[in-house]
Write a protein that binds this ligand. Structure first.
Ligand code: SF4
Length: 352
């Protein structure tokens, strides 16, 4: 791999190198002996830029992103970002789950770039490539500095996460929401415990994620749920959809946006191998459903979207501005508060 010129710097836990890799000045690789991080290698880098422009051809509904990490210990089998690890000549399977790149200078760099006269204060999306509140954040604590920089410049931003660690930064989120648009979305595609354990093995349980939605709402920060991915034949039974939407509603989500599993190269191979191991009888059905490419057929997507919208209407979820957060009034958080049965439109986000 392109990191092979790493040289030992200190002890058994730190090594440095000078790779010509995504603008990094140097790399230190590190491991920790705690059970939480056993088997995980962190590649600490000093990035040269932290605000990234989304390529024009992208279908993403935002233009600027900040991603302090690459790779994700949440280890979701279907994760679309696996492919991006191959750009570093890192393995897109277990390597994606266990070789984590950490941009340790992200907060300082962001503060500098936000202060540049060339920066126009546009919306910045986080959690769009990998989860910025994955377990590594508990040790590296990059997000408090990032949120502080955004708050101080009143720069609008949004976060998509599966990480309950976001609640650690509740005060900063609240402060930021006082001065700018702050959008928080939590990803919960299903509430089936067995499915969660096998397909999202490194993530907090769906119920804990919904606790995040609830807690944010109790603190006046509206939180939407990206119901993603809805996994064909494993998480799409009407009873499963109902249980999930009902739980999302009970958590007080301001919106629910369903998104059917997509399988791009990089994720597809890993997911299909997992499927063959855990649900071999479904392999042929998947090959047929995804015969045209990365996306399930439109009829299937429309069916799921309609079902979720009907359930959301039944359970009274919404309304919210798509992708953008806002402070909500306390009365809006009451489970019995009247609500309009409208939601964000179904989207073709490339994130989960
Ligand atoms: S889907 Fe999100 S949380 Fe799961 S591994 Fe990928 S980036 Fe991490």
């Amino acid at each position: 791999m392109r990191w092979e010129n790493l040289t030992v710097e200190s002890g058994g836990h730190g090594r440095t190198a000078d790779p010509a890799l995504f603008g990094a000045d140097a790399v230190t690789t590190r491991t920790f002996d705690t059970p939480e991080f056993r088997g995980i290698t962190f590649h600490e880098i000093r990035a040269r830029s932290i605000i990234n422009r989304v390529p024009g051809a992208s279908r993403m509904p935002f233009e600027w992103t900040v991603n302090p990490y690459r790779g994700c210990t949440h280890a979701c089998v279907y994760c679309f970002a696996r492919k991006t690890h191959s750009y570093l000549d890192l393995d897109t399977g277990l390597g994606f789950d266990s070789q984590i790149v950490v941009k340790v200078n992200a907060p300082d760099l962001l503060r500098r770039q936000l202060a540049s006269p060339r920066w126009q204060g546009e919306h910045i999306a986080m959690g769009t490539n990998v989860d910025c509140y994955q377990r590594a954040e508990g040790r590296y604590r990059l997000m408090p500095g990032i949120l502080t920089a955004l708050r101080d410049r009143a720069n609008p931003f949004s976060i998509l996460t599966k990480g309950t660690l976001i609640l650690r930064d509740l005060d900063l989120l609240t402060q930021a929401a006082e001065v700018t648009d702050v959008g928080i979305s939590v990803s919960v595609g299903f509430t089936d415990t067995e499915l969660w354990r096998t397909v999202e093995p490194g993530t907090p349980a769906p119920e804990r994620r919904l606790d995040v939605v609830r807690t944010l709402g109790e603190h006046g920060i509206g939180c939407g749920v990206l119901m993603a991915p809805v996994i064909p034949f494993l998480g799409d039974h009407p009873a499963q959809l109902r249980a999930t939407v009902r739980a999302i509603a009970r958590a007080g989500a301001t919106s629910v946006t369903p998104l059917v599993l997509h399988l791009r190269p990089g994720a597809r191979e890993w997911f299909m191998a997992w499927l063959g191991q855990h649900h071999p009888h479904l392999v042929r059905r998947y090959e047929r459903l995804y015969a045209e490419g990365a996306y399930a057929p439109k009829w299937y997507q429309r069916r799921i979207t309609r079902q979720v919208h009907e359930l959301a209407s039944e359970y009274g979820i919404g309304p919210a501005r798509a992708g953008m957060a806002r402070r909500i009034r306390p009365e809006e958080t009451r489970p019995d508060a009247p609500s309009t049965p409208s939601m964000t439109e179904p989207v073709q986000l490339s994130l989960i």
